[in-house]
Design a protein around this ligand. Structure first.
Ligand code: F6P
Length: 343
């Protein structure tokens, strides 16, 4: 009987449980023993593992979080030899890893020693090598729902509501969620804004009699000649910066400079906490099944990616490139501009 490992690493993303259920269903059906490694790399270092049975995984796909636990705090840098030794002690024939850039960067050193299958994951949608990641659609739906809901209170009070979306250095969540909800203003890191242009846009809306205004700002967005606000750092984490404060700063600036009462809302981890949307479920079902097939075929060093409307295979190194940012003239940017929104 073959013994396969399953590991989820980095920040959780809606759909991780779908990957687990889909891959395990296929592998258990084919008689594999599946060892769940808990809490990302920490499970390898500390031998935190559990055997996964059929009854563990039923209906997991509809739940947020990850059945295995995860961590975005610990990497492998400086502990490579220890990691490899602990990995060997698990006596696995291979491992399926669902993770983001931090996770795959942490595995770069072991590409020749560990039989690996990769599954790209992040709500930020900024992983290189794939056109979309699961969790992203669900995060966008949280942003869109928030814009829809907050528009009512913005209009009721004649206020500007500034909503902060996650995404680190990429603006995909703010852009996708803001576009789906026809937000008035969308600010993303890839398009540093001009205070002057922003002010005149807001004043135009004000003078035109608009009651309320809804702004979506990515946590990493910033004005020209400024940089994103790092709220704090998580020492030793593969990506140590934690962004925050963009919505607060902007709402104070709007109230002062545009004389329009403003409030801010930080969506934070709600964007990761919702049950996956059907789109994310389709993606994780297809990717989970494909990852299991790859493991059974021994296609080590490969990953599942989404390209041109299909789930295909690619070298795992494709996921290890720099973040995939929003092109400044992306077609979604142009769509928002056509709606009359500021971006
Ligand atoms: O990468 C996913 C993400 O949710 C980012 O959008 C966000 O900046 C970060 O993780 C938050 O990390 P933590 O869960 O450590 O607060």
């Amino acid at each position: 009987m073959k013994r396969l490992g399953l590991l989820t690493g980095g920040g959780d993303a809606p759909g991780l449980n779908g990957i687990i259920e889909a891959a395990c269903r296929v592998l258990l059906h084919h008689g594999y023993e599946i060892i769940g490694i808990q809490d990302g790399f920490e499970g390898v270092f500390e031998d935190r593992i559990k055997v996964i049975k059929r009854e563990d995984i039923e209906n997991l796909h509809s739940m947020a979080g990850t059945f295995l636990g995860t961590s975005n705090r610990s990497g492998t840098t400086g502990r490579e030899a220890e990691f490899l030794e602990k990995w060997k002690m698990l006596k696995l024939d291979g491992v399926i890893v669902a993770g983001g850039d931090g996770t795959f960067a942490g595995l770069r050193a072991f590409q020749n020693d560990m039989p690996l299958i990769g599954v790209p994951k992040t709500i930020d949608n900024d992983l290189s090598g794939t056109e979309v990641t699961f969790g992203y659609d669900t995060a966008c739906s949280v942003v869109a729902d928030a814009v829809d809901a907050l528009r009512a209170t913005a209009d009721a009070h004649r206020r500007v509501i500034v909503i902060e979306a996650m995404g680190r250095t990429a603006g995909w969540i703010a852009l996708g969620g803001g576009m789906a909800s026809y937000a008035d203003i969308v600010l993303i890191p890839e398009r540093p804004y001009s205070y002057q242009k922003l002010k005149s846009f807001i004043q135009q809306r004000q003078n035109g009699g608009q009651r309320g205004l809804v702004v979506v700002v990515a946590e990493g967005a910033h004005a020209e000649k400024e940089s994103a606000n790092v709220a704090f750092r998580v020492e030793d984490a593969p990506q140590s910066e934690r962004y925050g404060g963009a919505a607060y700063a902007l709402s104070r600036w709007i109230e002062k400079e545009c004389a329009w009462e403003s409030r801010h809302v930080v969506l934070g981890h709600l964007q990761r906490a919702r049950a996956p949307t059907p789109t994310d479920r389709f993606l994780t079902l297809a990717m989970g099944v494909e990852a299991a097939r790859m493991a059974m075929e021994g296609s080590w060093g490969q990953c599942t990616v989404y390209r041109q409307g299909q789930i295909v295979r690619a070298p795992i190194a494709d996921l290890m490139g720099p973040p995939r940012l929003v092109p400044a003239d992306h077609r979604w940017v142009k769509l928002l501009q056509s709606l009359g929104s500021f971006i």
